[in-house]
Design a protein around this ligand. Sequence first.
Ligand code: HEC
Ligand code: HEC
Length: 283
Amino acid sequence: MAVLRWGSGWRRRRFAGAAVVLAGLLLVGGAYAAVAPDNAVADQSSKSQLIEEGRKLFAVGCSSCHGLHAEGGTDGEGRIAGPPLIGVGAAAVDFQVGTGRMPAVQPGAQVEQKPRAYTEAETEALAAYVASLAPGPAIPPPQYYDVSQVTDEQLARGGELFRTNCTACHNFAGRGGALPNGRYAPSLMQSSPKHIYEAMLTGPQQMPVFSDQVLYPEDKRAIIAYIVELQQQTDPGGFGLGRLGPVSEGLWGWVVGISLLIAVAIWITAKGVRARRAQHNEE
Ligand code: HEC
Ligand code: HEC
């Protein structure tokens, strides 16, 4: 059993060969490390490139309303054309541009959603630029809004949180609703999980901000799961009344009921008048 005996000539030769190969590898590795660009530095420079790209896009497409440095701007008559964006964070830009709200085209009670005007890459650059101005909420990583692993319990909790925090404006079925001054809370039936997360994080317009300290990321995920569930539900049939909830259903009852009462009242009055006329004629 020569092979197993330590120190046999064959074994030693093999060991020496391995040592040479190892030394060679170390040498090449060391040389590579010496000449290769530092990864952190590379990251930094690609990041500043992205910011620079975003700054240019911003100057062309956004600065007319938001100011050249996102400090906010006014129109000719001194009205606010666009609010300052210092500190709104990448999440706000990703939400506003990703849902097609920005760039706004004309002033109005509420900026309309349109097909998005910027590609994913351009949106990322715009977001990086605005985020570089001051710290603000970042774009959430995908695992924050991935609802594929949500349990039934979490889903139920999501429904509870949705009813407590969102239905006052968005309706209990997520179909949206009117707000004062010609504004409205939009339907959530087309919203993507990422944009739902970002809406909560940044509170667009009349919507309150639900920061991650107020509504923990796992609560947000549960809410998103519940909304996705609502989106997938088909209408159970019957006269939907727009699924506007008890208020509209009550309103319908009220309108129909009161109309009937009015009709009856008119009929009775008319009858009364006729009776009185008849009485008058007899005298
Ligand atoms: C025509 C004017 C106009 C243009 C152009 C415009 N915006 Fe806006 N932007 C507004 C107004 C007005 C608001 C406030 C919207 C509201 O209250 O609904 C706003 C709001 C925003 C917000 C939300 C701020 C917050 O507090 O959450 C972001 C982010 C934003 N804009 C980014 C952009 C970006 C990026 C562009 C360019 C791609 C752009 N906007 C182009 C007028 C404009
Ligand atoms: C006080 C009323 C109010 C409450 C409460 C509210 N929202 Fe909103 N929400 C709004 C308004 C108004 C908008 C539209 C903002 C705009 O167009 O700039 C909006 C927009 C959104 C959008 C964007 C829809 C899209 O696809 O473009 C999502 C998603 C959303 N809300 C989710 C939620 C969730 C989830 C909650 C509860 C945690 C919630 N909202 C609570 C008023 C509200």
